[in-house]
Design a protein around this ligand. Structure first.
Ligand code: 5GP
Ligand code: MN
Length: 335
């Protein structure tokens, strides 16, 4: 639900140039995380406020074309600066995550920070913040930032920079306006953003036409061994650390691979298992269709979460062990 009118008034009194404002988003930032954070930053600038965007770790090159993406402070590289900014902030916007555990090393700093914490997020089961705008039906946090701007009666302030950033996050989090929660309202907002200067073909090509040959080779490898189990309902994909190294893996290279599993006729759930490049754990991406709830599944078995049809998790077993465990769990759950 949108902030109440009383909350909006209070937030409005906090949004003044004298206050230090920081915008945080989740670990391994994606298009919606970066788009919503930068979109909000550009909106605050229109109100005469300079905010800092702080992200826990680096993000893919295909998101760095967005206006001022390169000015985001990446905590894994600038730890001290990131700490000081969060520590001294009067207002902390928390975008596209629902719990301090989702922002890596920033989590403890956020918990101990004195600033007012304002959550704008569309993930399930948000934890407590001072002001909460949570709505799991909305396909992208970028759309929620737009609704926030509307609720502040500031649509007239939406400019080219805001439009580009918000368009990008809505496009990526809806899988190109395809996923279930994409609504008529989403498209109306997209239409407004185009009128304000967002260029669909430029944004699509900057974000998605960015394959490298090595990424395509990695994709070929993974597609060559997709396995379909559980009576054709579950697709399994994986990559080992050694393969990532051999193919010169760059951050973001495996983005979207899991969707190929879900595109198979009859498949209701796809799981993509990837050994971390440095640490001994397996990162898992889940995608599903209809009422197969991968948020619950990942919370229950793989210390993760997300949305009903898109979630992530982790495992500390070996890659093969994790895949075996996964197959047992889907049998138990009778997905
Ligand atoms: P992806 O598979 O693209 O990494 O993530 C899919 C969705 O699940 C995203 O909305 C992301 O924020 C969420 N997600 C990914 N990994 C985790 C995790 O480890 N824990 C939780 N709670 N959510 C995750
Ligand atoms: Mn999102």
């Amino acid at each position: 639900m949108m902030f109440t009118p009383a909350e909006l008034l209070e937030i409005n009194t906090l949004l003044i140039p004298e206050n230090k404002i920081v915008i945080l988003t989740h670990y391994n930032p994606d298009g919606d995380a970066i788009g919503s954070s930068l979109g909000l930053k550009h909106y605050l600038r229109q109100k005469g406020i300079e905010a800092n965007v702080v992200v826990p770790n680096d993000f893919p090159k295909f998101l760095k074309w967005m206006p001022e993406a390169k000015k985001a402070i990446i905590a894994e590289y600038k730890r001290k600066l990131a700490f000081e900014i969060i520590q001294s902030a009067d207002v902390i916007f928390c975008l596209d995550f629902n719990s301090p555990s989702r922002i890596g090393l920033l989590g403890d700093w956020l918990i101990n920070a004195k600033g007012k914490k304002i959550l704008i997020d569309h993930h399930q089961q948000p934890e407590s913040f001072d002001f909460v705008y949570s709505d799991t039906v909305i396909p992208a946090t970028c759309q929620m930032v737009y609704h926030f701007i509307e609720a502040m009666d500031d649509e007239k302030l939406v400019n080219h920079d805001i439009a580009e950033c918000l368009y990008t996050g809505i496009m990526t989090d809806t899988g190109g306006f395809r996923f279930r929660s994409t609504s008529a309202t989403t498209h109306r907002i997209i239409a407004n953003l185009i009128e304000k200067g967002a260029d669909p073909s430029m944004i699509t090509s900057n974000t998605w036409d960015t394959n490298t040959v090595s990424r395509l080779h990695l994709l070929a490898l993974i597609l060559g061994r997709i396995e379909v189990v559980h009576e054709g309902k579950v697709a399994v994909l994986y990559l080992t650390r050694k393969e990532l190294q051999e193919y010169g893996f760059q951050k973001g290279d495996t983005e979207g691979f899991v969707n190929y599993g879900l595109s198979i006729l009859g498949v209701k759930m796809a799981a993509f298992f990837m050994e971390d490049l440095y640490d001994d754990f397996i990162k898992i991406s889940f995608r599903s269709k209809d009422d197969v709830d991968v948020n619950q599944f990942s919370r229950k078995y793989f210390s993760g979460g997300g949305h009903i049809n898109a979630a992530g998790g982790k495992s500390y077993e070996s890659l093969q062990g994790t895949i075996e465990t996964f197959k047992k769990r889907i049998e138990e759950e009778r997905l």
